[in-house]
Ligand binder design. Sequence first.
Ligand code: NDP
Ligand code: 8X3
Length: 251
Amino acid sequence: MRNIMITGATSGFGEAIALTMSKQVCRLILTGRREERLMALAQQITTTTHTKVLPLVFDVRDNVACEKAIQSIPEEFKPIDVLVNNAGLAVELDPVHKGALEDWERMIDTNIKGLLYVTRLVAPQMVERHSGHIINMGSTASHEVYMGGGIYCATKHAVLALSKAMRTDFLPYGIKVTMIAPGAAETEFSNVRFHGNQERADKVYEGYDPLVAQDIADIVEFVLSRPPHVCLNEVIVTPTAQFNGVINRSK
Ligand code: NDP
Ligand code: 8X3
């Protein structure tokens, strides 16, 4: 039975991945800052499946909190076989000459430093066991830049570089590393980006069928179902209406 840790499980991709993987009977370590959401999800999973859940409330930007949380994991949920580094966000859509430093720091601290903090704490036991799988949530923004998205795209370019670096560093230890690179998906992502302005968030998904969180969960399930000798290094997935930074909004 696998122990799977998913960061950012209180909504969107993370929540869908947790619900999907819970059907396979595993042990789930689910993290996020919104305690109520996390507890509700844990309760939903434990009452509807045979999967055990360990909810851990912490901010991935706080290395001390990451350390405390990960050190608190009971033996039953160890070793961590799979780490899904999913927690992340975009803040605003400003050009470089107008961006707020506070927004940049939130994105850099969460998407790059947070991912590194968690990985630094979890990876050593994978290295020791010569076994494990790390899935990093990149984006089409790992490959492209778009107007006003510069800093977010830079953080996701970093996730691509770090995924390649992990793949390289962990090669001698047989640890798999996969980066998933989704295009536009309707989750809470745009609501967060626009500080809760739902009207502005809804406009992002007008005129086409965006991806939904379940599409990403299905991919994670597939990636994790490959035999030991197969590693999907990267999966790029967009809505049919999106390619190369262009969205066909003619629906
Ligand atoms: P959501 O906003 O729905 O989910 C984001 C998750 O990240 C939440 O569970 C949130 O939990 C968690 N999170 C954010 N900041 C922190 C933090 N500081 N500490 C701990 N957890 C945090 O968005 P998505 O599901 O869409 O996003 C998930 C990932 O997918 C992100 O990395 C995003 O960049 C990426 N992505 C999204 C795409 C999209 O179009 N939606 C496309 C490509 C990639 P909480 O607030 O409770 O802490
Ligand atoms: C999130 C999707 O389109 O803002 O990575 O890059 S997008």
